[in-house]
Write a protein that binds this ligand. Structure first.
Ligand SMILES: NC(=O)c1ccc[n+]([C@@H]2O[C@H](COP(=O)([O-])OP(=O)(O)OC[C@H]3O[C@@H](n4cnc5c(N)ncnc54)[C@H](OP(=O)(O)O)[C@@H]3O)[C@@H](O)[C@H]2O)c1
Length: 382
């Protein structure tokens, strides 16, 4: 028997569900595409206003099976089977006014995963933010382990920053790194990994006490640290930026950054406002990995659940659960807030790499980035 809701069934659940991925859609376009697949090709797509009316009434539920393959040294190896469970948080209801309702949705999605017998569950996007990484807020977990997936996310953000610096011919050791959302789970993990490498760090968030605590921890690495609650308050311009604030919508306007800064937008939803005019700035979307051993969805949600210009690219938070399932480590690898260390990042990167999961090719809203950067480096005036 399959689980079903809203008249749509995910049938034929196999005996074992190695992993479950809990997510929500970043935009109404993405939510509409998910509903269109669930309704089936025989139905005409619903008008946008009807989708906005219906979505808040859909309970959390599995929308598809996910199969992921492991590949190491070019040889296909283990496979893992899972479910993608959508919590159906409406894309415009991520703000504080809906916290109570959204936690109930995450709990509902978690209950679905536990009932399906998932051995490990990754909490994508706002799912872990809403419960602040505290799995005690979830229903009785039985044999199901949960992970926020933030350690692998940090790994891919840091790898992306290093790669962008290489591609742009920058020496990261001379850089001034700004982290927006620095005291968050992702932001503080990035800060710990990068503080030994950069010259100066600018840390930003709203709560000044948490900023101070992080700054004094990082200063022991010998890096210069400045903190501010407003981006215009820093005394220096940043030339490398990580945006990892838990913003309900893309609304961030960066303050004092160099005209050719490297900027990683790691937010889900994105942090950066589409109105930000930064023509010379090199923006990339961070925290993404690519599965080289194969990824399939049934029904076929390719290009809908993973809306990237490259195949088999998935957010780091979801990939962490898949990598742990392939490794047979059904444990709460990432939990709580502020515990991510360079050692743990290295460990999860090794697990992911053992199964053919690597940093995704870099891209931004204009498409793939790496060839464009190569061309710019070859002829700087092009
Ligand atoms: N790319 C991926 O695969 C991936 C994976 C996981 C998470 N994410 C995304 O990464 C972001 C951070 O996640 P997280 O788990 O680290 O969240 P978190 O632990 O809740 O941290 C959020 C951070 O943002 C700050 N913040 C919140 N609102 C702010 C505002 N209006 N202005 C400035 N700072 C603000 C918070 O500090 P204050 O409250 O003191 O301001 C905190 O430093 C989210 O967008 C999340 O969806 C992406």
């Amino acid at each position: 028997m399959g689980h079903s809701a809203a008249g749509i069934a995910v049938s034929g659940l196999p005996a074992t569900v190695d992993f479950a991925l809990i997510g929500h859609q970043e935009s109404w376009r993405a939510a509409a595409d998910v509903l269109a697949v669930l309704r089936g090709p025989e139905h005409t797509p619903l008008p946008d206003d009807e989708i906005k009316d219906i979505l808040p009434w859909i309970p959390p539920r599995a929308v598809c099976h996910v199969r992921v393959g492991s590949i190491s040294s070019g040889v296909s190896d283990a496979k893992a089977h899972g479910l993608y469970i959508d919590s159906f948080i409406p894309p415009d209801r991520l703000g504080a006014a809906y916290t109570h309702e959204n936690i109930a949705r995450v709990r509902g999605a978690a209950a679905y995963a536990i009932k399906a017998g998932a051995r490990i569950v990754s909490l994508g996007g706002f799912s872990s933010i809403l419960i602040e990484g505290n799995f005690d807020q979830l229903p009785e977990r039985q044999d199901t382990a949960f992970t926020t997936g933030n350690t692998l996310t940090v790994g891919f953000i840091v790898q992306g920053i290093k790669k962008m610096c290489r591609l742009a011919g920058r020496d990261i050791r001379r850089s001034t790194l700004l982290i927006v959302g620095a005291t968050g789970d992702v932001g503080s993990g990035c800060a710990r990994c990068l503080s030994p490498l950069v010259k100066r760090m600018l840390l930003s968030a709203r709560n000044v006490e948490r900023l101070r605590a992080l700054a004094s921890e990082l200063e022991t690495n010998g890096v210069q640290v400045e903190l501010a609650t407003g981006l215009q308050q820093f005394s220096q311009e940043a030339d490398v930026v990580i945006c990892a604030a838990s913003l309900a919508s893309p609304s961030l306007l960066l303050g004092r950054i160099t005209p050719d800064a490297i900027v990683c937008d790691a937010g889900y939803p994105k942090n950066l406002s589409p109105n930000a005019q930064m023509p010379g700035v090199k923006i990339f979307f961070g925290g993404l990995g690519q599965i080289t051993g194969g990824l399939t969805f049934a029904p076929d949600f390719h290009g809908i659940l993973n809306r990237h210009p490259f195949p088999n690219v998935v957010h780091g938070c979801l990939l962490e659960g898949m990598a742990l399932a392939l490794e047979g480590r059904f444990e709460p690898f990432s939990h709580g807030r502020g515990h991510i260390t360079p050692e743990r990042v290295e460990e999860i990167e090794s697990i992911a790499a053992r199964h053919g999961i690597y940093l995704a090719p870099l891209y931004n809203a204009d498409g793939p980035l790496e060839d464009r950067l190569d061309r710019q480096m070859e002829s700087p005036r092009a």
